[in-house]
Ligand binder design. Structure first.
Ligand code: F0G
Length: 322
């Protein structure tokens, strides 16, 4: 069995013997060299492949800690607002813990695959007529009323769990990289990375790539107008770089075709930021936060279309251009 993230990182997490370990075998994701991208972008690029987590995104690192602590504190149920990935992760870990999850998503603005995943994991899904910020305000209010424990990244246990990605990267590389490059939606992950950098005393910079048009980007995971962690992102000294949707799509396709990694669009924002060119550092680690199967509809829209042909070998060879 994959050792639970909580067991591997017990020494740096706020857990003790009384904390039940709610796990799906999260963390320990691949760190991959990216030789073709390194050549193209003129620096040493590594990929931290967080799509390899149990529900297909990095959220599982934080959710194992948040739900374990919620169970330790006798929570009756958990709640979150989400652009999709937190939803699926909360649903999975709540199911694992045997408690209900209530998930609020902005209606019509979340990948259908993520909503389907969350529904299949047994959560109650409410499509809120409003944006992510309004859904989050609603979730916070229910948490205040005490019926649910909030498992958004405002829950500090989420960030504690998420910081473990930095620990894994540094341990595996054998040294700190010059920069961590990550997408920036609400900013919870940037502050989690900053926390690990502080704890480890690293000089590594964080580059946080946000959608240039936050409210309308095709990268629905980071479609957040008003990031709740903006102040701590600034405090962390992160370099915030806005990237256009065109740049995200180009980077997304490069990650697939040049390195064989199919991520979701928001995850490609980091590579798009590297393309802008004013990122310092020779050795950089690009965290790809979510799996491409999380947003099949976007892939269908932006991947090169298939060509139809007759089944004869000649027709196939002709259509393939060989
Ligand atoms: N990448 C993915 C795949 C995400 O799902 C998110 C956020 C981010 C990056 C941005 O991280 O918010 O910590 O700056 N997803 C949240 C959700 C908002 O509800 O799933 P952040």
């Amino acid at each position: 069995m994959t050792p639970p993230l909580i067991e591997r990182f017990r020494r740096i997490l706020p857990v003790d013997a009384a904390t039940p370990v709610v796990t799906l075998g999260e963390g320990g994701t691949p760190l991959l060299r990216a030789p073709r991208l390194s050549e193209r972008y003129g620096r040493e690029i590594w990929i931290k492949w967080e799509g390899g987590n149990p529900t297909g995104s990095y959220k599982d690192r934080g959710m194992t800690v948040a739900v374990s602590k919620a169970v330790e504190d006798d929570a009756a149920a958990v709640i979150c607002a989400s652009t999709g990935n937190t939803a699926a992760s909360a649903a999975a870990y709540a199911a694992r813990a045997g408690i209900p999850a209530l998930v609020l998503v902005p209606a019509g603005a979340v990948s259908g695959a993520k909503v389907a995943q969350t529904r299949m994991l047994g959560a109650t899904v409410l499509e809120v007529r409003g944006d992510f910020e309004e859904a989050l305000a609603g979730a916070q209010e229910l948490a205040r009323r005490g019926t649910h424990v909030l498992v958004n990244s405002l829950n500090p246990y989420r960030r504690e769990g998420q910081k473990t990605a930095v620990y894994e990267i540094v341990e595996e590389l054998g040294r700190a990289p010059d920069a961590f490059v990550i997408p920036y939606g609400g900013g919870g992950n940037t502050s989690a990375y900053a926390q690990a950098i502080r704890e480890l005393g690293l000089g590594t910079r964080i580059v946080s790539a946000e959608a240039a048009d936050r409210r309308h980007t095709l990268a629905s995971a980071i479609r957040i107008g008003d990031p709740v962690h903006a102040a701590s992102v600034e405090q962390a000294g992160a370099q915030v770089l806005p990237v256009t949707d065109d740049a995200i799509v180009a980077a997304w396709r490069e990650l697939g075709a040049l390195e064989g990694v199919f991520c979701e669009p928001s995850s490609a924002a980091g590579l798009a930021a590297l393309g802008i060119g004013d990122v310092q550092g020779e050795r950089v680690v690009l965290t790809l936060t979510g799996h491409g199967l999380k947003d099949v509809a976007a892939a269908e829209r932006y991947a090169p279309p298939p060509v139809q042909c007759d089944p004869s070998p000649d027709a196939i060879a002709k259509a393939a251009g060989t």
